[in-house]
Ligand binder design. Sequence first.
Ligand code: AMP
Length: 130
Amino acid sequence: MASIFSKIIAGEIPSYKVAEDEHHFAFLDINPIAKGHVLVVPKHETDYLFDLDDALLSSLTVFSKRVAKAIEKSVPCQRIGVAVVGLEVPHAHIHLIPINGVYDVDFNRPKLALPAEEMQEIAATIAENL
Ligand code: AMP
C-alpha cells in the first residue's frame, strides 16, 4: 500500500507543497514544531533513509539544502536544524526546522496549531524564495 507521503506526492492527499522536482518533494509538516517546519522526501518510496541508494541520498541532501536556504529567507531563525526520525511514517524523510536554539528540535514540545491560511502563506513564501 502506498505510504501517506506517496499519496501526497501523487496529489491524492492535500499538502502545503513548497518544492518539487523529478525525484524529490517538499511540503510543510502538518504538525509543525516550528513555523516553517518542512519535510523533504524522495518520490521513490523507501522506508529507511539510509536504505536509499547513494545517488538518491546525495541528491535528496542537495535538494534539502536548496529548500533550507529558502526557509532561511522566509522565517526568522538562526539557522535550519536537520532531523531524521522516521518512526511514524515509513517513507524516508528529512525534517528541516527553523531553530534559534537546540530546544527548537525537541519533538516532545507541543505542536503548533497554525491556521490553514498561515500554513498556505508560509509554504508560498518558501516556494517564492527557492
Ligand atoms: P517521523 O516519521 O517520526 O519522522 O514523523 C513523521 C512526520 O510526518 C511528523 O512530524 C508528522 O507531523 C508528519 N506528517 C504526518 N502526516 C502528514 C501529512 N499528511 N502531511 C504533512 N506532514 C505529515
